[in-house]
Each structure stands twice: as structure tokens, then as C-alpha cells.
Design a protein around this ligand. Structure first.
Ligand SMILES: Cc1cc2nc3c(=O)[nH]c(=O)nc-3n(C[C@H](O)[C@H](O)[C@H](O)COP(=O)(O)O)c2cc1C
Length: 456
């Protein structure tokens, strides 16, 4: 079987370029309602993308002066998108640091049922200091603690999704048996962070588990991904960095006893496309001219975990910032940004210009052929299984990609012309996980008395 390229449409506001909302064509308030996202998802579905994706955080970003400081909650938003689409996969971000496994397992299982097997979960541990203050914590938990909790969180949610056997529901009216009680199991999880009895109160998801996606690339992030992730979102600036990550993560997946093909690596790509290079450059310049330095500086300071006042615009990054070994928050993104500044000898002002398009994701300014060449090179040279396509402006960036780059990829036999399957897992060529309890001999049945199940 020929290897198939995968495309995920990463949808954010009016686009990933931080000044996209200021373009004449943009609806600056689009991100505040569902319609914009439904339209984008339909566009991506018509083009046979594998999935769409919403990022998320648990805090208002900045003051809201230079860009929307918040957005709709993505898992809820996905239910509106699910109702308006039929095939495309639907991936939402949710934090393992600021949720409880039972509640989140239930919500994702529900979205998987509502969408007939199209749900995916971007598992994040929440890197910012500010989010902690919204959850009754004085401090953000340390990175090691966040990943340790995430690991146990995954153990609990997958146990909960397995707590209903696929064939639990019988619906035998004659016999008066709604479900087979031996096929509904307690999980009785007792761990460091969680004590959860189970079973879940939603049937096993259509896909067994929603697709498990992960987006952290530090040492601990990679170890977590190798154990749990089936798709990985990642940011890279160079082919060499992408190849290093790809080889390392596939080796770690194999070392964890999993098949390397069962993890799909999707670097971000922000294509700024023109029919000539000059046209593409002019579009990039138009966006760059609309940037507001204050917005980018705040974000850069957050990645680097220094006050904005430590980053004078016309100087290189301070040495102590460059030499800091690791950070508790966006560790891998900080390293990417520092590496970019060092490699190209950039001042802070120049660095902000390079980050404005995609926060450190690869920005490619060029013709449709150049974008297609980039995708083919990374796909065939051991750097990617597909891409997170990040329109600099939305919808125009996605429309242009679909109209001009996809025909080239299809002519080269790289991208599908029709969906082969119906679930998100099928689009990504990933197996439906077996139910762990089916294999377990003598697993205890849940104590489901009439009182326990009747709350209504
Ligand atoms: C494509 C992509 C999307 C991400 N989306 C989110 C998100 O929605 N919410 C979030 O809190 N972090 C998000 N992150 C950040 C990661 O979850 C992680 O915190 C960050 O990459 C640092 O991880 P590390 O500590 O393993 O390096 C995203 C990262 C990438 C590369």
C-alpha cells in the first residue's frame, strides 16, 4: 500500500498570523461565533482533509487590545461543527491539568457518539503560569508533575472508555434485558492523583477511544507521546530538526512496544501563497506591516519566561535567556525560538517579525509549487507523515491552499481525492483499540443496583 499524506486544518480565529484580523477581507469578530468555524470545517471537508483542530487555553490572553483574548470552548463548539459536517475528523484541545478524568472522558465519548466516530483529543498539560490562577492554585504545577498527572489521567480515561464492553447494550425487549451486566465494569482506579470507581455513564466511544493527539516536544513531552499519542502536532523551523524529531519519536514509540506507523507526525506549516514569488512576498509584507509589536513581545516573553522589559527590541536575546537550560512552561517552543534567533543572528524586533506568522511554526512564503515541493520533501525525507495546515488568514489562506496546492499534491499521487473510511481513525489509518477488559479474565462486574443507576 502506498503511504498516504495526512492533512489537518488547524483553525484559529481569523488566521494564524497575529495581524490577520486587520486585513480588509477579515471579519475581526469571526472567532466569537460558531459560523466562521462551521464554514471552515465544511471547506476542509469538501477538500477531504483528515481533520480540523481547535487549540485552547484556560485563561484570557493579554488585555484583548491587540487580538481576541478568548474564544469559544472547543469541545462544545465541535458539536455544532459535527452537526454541519459528516466525514471530517474533529479534534479539540483539553487539559489534563485542569480537568478531572471522569468528566472529560464522558465529554469526549459524547462528542465521538454525536459525530459518529470523528472525535480527537489534543492532550495538553497547560504550560502557562496564568492558567493556575484560574483553578485555585498559587503556582503552575511543575512540568514533571503535569506530565505525571497526564500519564495517570490517560490511564483513567482509557479504563473508563473500556468500562462498557462494545456489546454491553442488548436491548432485548422480550427478555426484559436492556444490557448485559457482566459487560459493564467498575474500574476501581486508585492512583497518585485520582481515585475513580467507574464505570462511565456513556457507552464506549464509536472509535473505541477518540483519536489521542499530543503536542509537547520536550524530553518529557516526547516520552508521554511515545506512550500515548496516535498523532503528534509539532513545530519545526528546519528539515533537519524535523528529521531528528521524527526519527527520535518513532524510535521511542517502538521502544514503548507500539508500531511506529501507529503514530502520525504532523508538523505545522503556514503557507503564504502567491501565483508568483513576488505576489507571495507582497502578501506576507501586507500582513507584516499590520503587526503590532506589543502583541508579539508579550507572547515571546511568555515562551521565554522573562519580563518583557528584559527584551529590548533592537538587541539580540540576552545571553542569560539563551543559555537557560530548560523552562517549566513552553520548553520546546522556547528552544525553537532561541535556536532561530541564534542561527540567523536576529534582534528581538527581527525575531518578532519571524514569529508573527505562526508563533514558531514553519512559515513558507512562495508559489503553490514551492509549497507542494516542501510538503513532498518533508513527507518523503523522514520528517513528517502529514501537516498541520495553518492558514495565515482564514478563510482565504485555507481556500488558496485548497485551490492551488491540493491539485498539485493530487497530481503527484500524494493526497486522497475521496475519503476511504468514515471515522477519524480510519482517515489516519489507525486501528480501533481493543477493549482491555475483553482480554482480562475474571474482571469484576460493576455493582450496579437499581438505586445506583436511577438519578433522574
Ligand atoms: C501545534 C501545537 C498546538 C498546541 N496547542 C496547544 C493548546 O491548544 N493548548 C495548550 O495549552 N498548549 C498547546 N500546545 C503546547 C503544548 O501542549 C506544550 O505545552 C508545549 O509544546 C510545550 O511542551 P513541552 O513542555 O513538552 O515542550 C500546542 C503545541 C503545538 C506544537
Amino acid at each position: 500500500m502506498t503511504r498516504e499524506l495526512h492533512l489537518n486544518a488547524f483553525l484559529m480565529d481569523t488566521g494564524h498570523h497575529e495581524a490577520s484580523w486587520r486585513l480588509p477581507e477579515s471579519d475581526a469578530l469571526a472567532a466569537l461565533g460558531p459560523r466562521h468555524y462551521v464554514r471552515l470545517a465544511q471547506l476542509a471537508e469538501d477538500a477531504k482533509f483528515d481533520s480540523i483542530f481547535f487549540a485552547d487555553g484556560q485563561v484570557a490572553i493579554g488585555t484583548g487590545e491587540f487580538r481576541a483574548s478568548g474564544q469559544l470552548e472547543p469541545l462544545t463548539l465541535l458539536t455544532a461543527v459535527a452537526g454541519a459536517t459528516s466525514r471530517i475528523g474533529l479534534i479539540a484541545t483539553a487539559s489534563t491539568t485542569y480537568n478531572e478524568p471522569y468528566a472529560l472522558a464522558r465529554r469526549f465519548a459524547t462528542v465521538d457518539h454525536v459525530s459518529a466516530g470523528r472525535a480527537g483529543w489534543n492532550i495538553v498539560t497547560s504550560a502557562t503560569q496564568e492558567e493556575a490562577a484560574n483553578f485555585s492554585l498559587a503556582d503552575r504545577p511543575l512540568q514533571a508533575t503535569r506530565y505525571e498527572r497526564a500519564d495517570e489521567f490517560l490511564d483513567v480515561v482509557t479504563k473508563l472508555w473500556d468500562s462498557w464492553a462494545d456489546d454491553h447494550q442488548v436491548g432485548d425487549k422480550e427478555a426484559g434485558v436492556w444490557g448485559d451486566p457482566t459487560r459493564l465494569r467498575a474500574i476501581d482506579h486508585v492512583g497518585t492523583h485520582f481515585r475513580v470507581a467507574g464505570p462511565l455513564n456513556v457507552p464506549r466511544p464509536v472509535q473505541g477511544y477518540p483519536l489521542l493527539v499530543q503536542a509537547g516536544a520536550s524530553e518529557q513531552g516526547r516520552a508521554f507521546a511515545a506512550k500515548h499519542a496516535e498523532a503528534i502536532f509539532v513545530a519545526h523551523q528546519t528539515l533537519e530538526q524535523a528529521q531528528e524529531f521524527y526519527a527520535d519519536i518513532k524510535a521511542q514509540v517502538a521502544a514503548a512496544g507500539r508500531h511506529p506507523d501507529h503514530v502520525v507526525v504532523l508538523p505545522g506549516l503556514v503557507p503564504i501563497i502567491g501565483s508568483t514569488e513576488a505576489e507571495a512576498t507582497a502578501l506576507a509584507q501586507q500582513l507584516d506591516d499590520l503587526r503590532i509589536a506589543g502583541y508579539g513581545l508579550r507572547q515571546l516573553a511568555q515562551y521565554l519566561e522573562v519580563p518583557e522589559s528584559e527584551l529590548p527590541l533592537d538587541e539580540p536575546l540576552p545571553r542569560y535567556v539563551v543559555e537557560q537550560e530548560r523552562r517549566e512552561g513552553f520548553d520546546s517552543r522556547a528552544k525553537l525560538v532561541i535556536d532561530l534567533a541564534e542561527r540567523e543572528g536576529l534582534t528581538v524586533r527581527q525575531l518578532l517579525g519571524r514569529l508573527g506568522g505562526g508563533r514558531g511554526h514553519h512559515v513558507l512564503i512562495g508559489t503553490p509549487e514551492q509549497v507542494a515541493d516542501h510538503i513532498e520533501t518533508w513527507f518523503t525525507q523522514g520528517a513528517a507523515d502529514g501537516f498541520n495546515i495553518m492558514g495565515a488568514a482564514l478563510p482565504s489562506g485555507l481556500e488558496t491552499f485548497i485551490e492551488t496546492v491540493l491539485p498539485i499534491l493530487r497530481a503527484r499521487g500524494l493526497f486522497r481525492t475521496e475519503y476511504a473510511g468514515t471515522t477519524l481513525r480510519e482517515h489516519y489509518g489507525l486501528p480501533r483499540p481493543a477493549n482491555r477488559w475483553d482480554a482480562a479474565v475474571g474482571a469484576p462486574a460493576a455493582d450496579v443496583s437499581a438505586e445506583a443507576v436511577s438519578h433522574a
